[in-house]
Design a protein around this ligand. Structure first.
Ligand code: ATP
Length: 254
């Protein structure tokens, strides 16, 4: 579903080589996490995949089609929910906006918006404005907006970095539930090694600069995940330890 082939990105203005040569694939319906040391180019990679930034070399394909701009069936959830929602619009209007742009007929739009808000547990605040909601609720609005769009591919860039630990755990479980229900191919960038192991079927580890894929690790935990039992499994600790060591090595390699 998603092919990232030899992607290199140099920010010419500052002479920064953010990505050297990044190659990996994500199968249809997979949930793959990307981790790496701070500044290794995770956001840059996601922006190249989303068609928001042209790679200097290499290519990205979605469903076999080369990405040259934002692909029509891709949705992105960013870390900064505060900046990604329009404050003058209600929750419902925020979720509906991309569907209007996609020219989805009104009846279907209403169905999709209601379904997405119910799925994230926000049906009763549809007429509130984002600034009347907590940070975790605002991020759920952003997730509802992505889900209502019925994407083939969902990209998430550290979406839970700005919320408290309990909300973060709830949002992680929400993503797992939505991903299971919708079967959407998901690429999830995170700083957090535990989060990557908890969510991912695979974890891609990026090296420090010059950035390449250091490891593509299969997460062989039982498919049903639960905050208490999954995180207490000896295998969870093994995988976490292995990723931690890799990232330490990546930082040391700089
Ligand atoms: N618009 C830009 N112009 C020039 N350089 C940039 C730009 N965006 C990012 N960079 C540089 O590219 C490198 C990778 O940045 P990027 O934000 O992709 O890393 P990251 O892994 O997402 O970082 P973090 O984990 O801290 O969020 C950094 O050296 C950064 O300074």
């Amino acid at each position: 579903m998603l092919e990232v082939c030899g992607v290199r990105k140099v920010y010419e203005d500052r002479g920064v080589e953010a990505l050297r040569e990044v190659t990996f694939e994500v199968d249809a319906g997979e949930l793959v996490c990307v981790v790496g040391p701070s500044g290794c180019g995770k956001t840059t990679l996601l922006r190249c995949v989303a068609g928001l930034l042209p790679p200097t070399a290499g290519s990205v394909r979605v469903g076999g089609v080369p990405v040259t701009g934002p692909p029509p069936r891709m949705a992105v959830v960013f870390q900064e929910y505060g900046r990604s929602l329009f404050p003058w619009m209600t929750v419902r209007q925020n979720v509906e906006l991309p569907l209007k742009e996609k020219k989805v007929p009104a009846g279907r739009r209403n169905e999709l918006v209601a379904g997405a808000l119910a799925a994230v547990g926000l049906a009763d605040v549809a007429d509130a404005h984002p600034w009347q909601l907590s940070g975790g609720m605002q991020q759920r609005v952003a997730i509802a907006r992505a889900v209502a769009y019925e994407p083939q591919v969902l990209l998430m860039d550290e979406p839970f970095a700005a919320v408290d630990a309990q909300t973060r755990a709830d949002l992680e479980d929400l993503i797992l539930a939505l991903w299971r229900d919708l079967g959407v191919t998901t690429l999830f960038v995170t700083h957090d090694i535990d989060e990557a192991v908890y969510l991912g079927q695979r974890v891609i580890v990026l090296s420090g600069s010059p950035t390449v894929v250091m490891e593509d690790l299969k997460i062989d935990l039982p498919p049903e995940r639960d905050q208490l039992t999954t995180r207490s499994l000896p295998r969870f600790a093994d995988l976490r330890g292995r990723l931690y060591a890799q990232i330490q090595r990546a930082r040391g390699d700089r």
